[in-house]
Write a protein of this length. Structure first.
Length: 341
């Protein structure tokens, strides 16, 4: 991995390396090494990447070709001083023991956010993983919708018993896993689900560590009232947040404000309706954020959330290109669940 962001930060600081130590599966270790390292590991970036794991890596863990895996040591952080020179950059989250080993060896340690800024934009391979994750999210959402659509009665039930929030979550997760992704689903409901209950569902699966982001709200027996208006407002608000972005110019906060404003145009005040936009990648929430401009290669979660009579979520993943921002996937936004999508 060669990173212009890291190289620039090192040059500006007069440092010779970027260092970090993370626990098993740490997103930053994964980003630097290209692999989900299943143990604590120290990582050094100095134009190339070196990884020191605390134990030998299993045969099925493959780092990138440009990464050197050094002999494992029980305390990886202890190895850092011998891999760097006089001055290094590190995240503020550098573990205390790593900082002590470096400082005791006379290595100057300065904090940086280069590791965050480097992940603001994604490579084509990273975007492919995000798209695959979003496809898995759609599979999970479709399975959850089918469960709600096929159930009857009040509270909802089928041949397997009551349809509960936990059953909805497990059904979505199973479908995500079948689609080849690591499942993660949140259902903002409790216990058995009534036919008129709004059921907000968020699915954020991972493929090679990269996260999809999809949220929908279903009502099995909707009378077309508040929750339908809220869902329609959420749909148009998410689209407004995507459409307003002029890539390279528009700030993330400006897009979020547009989402909130669109909710307001449907009569939902900021106390009831909130628009949120942020980056997505190896973590569900990362840069760009705030006043960061949306640059080509950025992946964004665009979210409209309402909390008044009931809770309604609508959220989609979007990717910025040189031609604009495009929504990833096409899962419907209807409040009424269907048995097939």
């Amino acid at each position: 991995m060669r990173s212009a962001v890291f190289d620039g930060a090192l040059a500006d600081a007069g440092a010779d390396a970027f260092v970090f130590v993370g626990p098993p599966g740490d997103p930053l270790v994964r980003y630097l090494s290209g692999a989900a390292v299943p143990c604590r590991a120290a990582v050094v970036y100095a134009g190339r990447v070196a990884v020191v794991p605390e134990r030998p890596l299993p045969d099925d863990v493959a780092v990138r070709e440009d990464v050197t895996v050094l002999d494992p040591v029980a305390t990886p952080a202890r190895k850092l001083p011998g891999l760097v020179a006089d001055s290094v950059l590190a995240p503020r989250t550098l573990p205390h023991d790593a900082a002590l080993y470096l400082e005791e060896a006379g290595v100057d340690v300065s904090s940086t956010d280069a590791h965050l800024r480097a992940r603001e934009t994604k490579t084509d391979a990273e975007l492919d993983a995000l798209r695959d994750a979003q496809a898995a999210a759609e599979a999970g959402m479709a399975a959850a919708a089918a469960l709600l659509a096929d159930a009857g009665g009040d509270p909802l039930a089928d041949d397997d018993g009551d349809v509960t929030a936990e059953r909805v979550r497990r059904t979505a997760n199973a479908a995500v896993a079948r689609a080849g992704a690591d499942p993660e689903t949140v259902v903002a409901a409790e216990g058995p689900i009534a036919a008129s209950d709004a059921v907000p569902i968020r699915v954020t699966p991972g493929v090679d560590g990269y996260r999809g982001w999809l949220a929908r709200t279903f009502v099995a027996d909707s009378d077309g009232g508040w929750e339908r208006r809220a869902t329609l407002a959420g749909e148009y608000a998410v689209d407004a947040g995507i459409d307003i972005v002029d890539v390279g110019e528009t700030a993330v906060d400006a897009a979020a404000e547009e989402v909130t404003a669109e909710l307001g145009s449907y009569g939902f005040p900021p106390t009831a309706g909130t628009g949120t936009v942020h980056g997505v990648g190896l973590e569900r929430r990362e840069l760009p954020a705030g006043d960061d401009a949306v640059e080509p290669g950025a992946a964004l979660a665009v979210r409209a959330e309402l909390d008044a009579d009931q809770t309604v979520w609508v959220a989609d993943l979007a990717v910025a290109t040189g031609d604009g921002v495009e929504r990833v996937g096409d899962f419907p936004r209807s409040v009424v669940p269907k048995p097939d999508y």
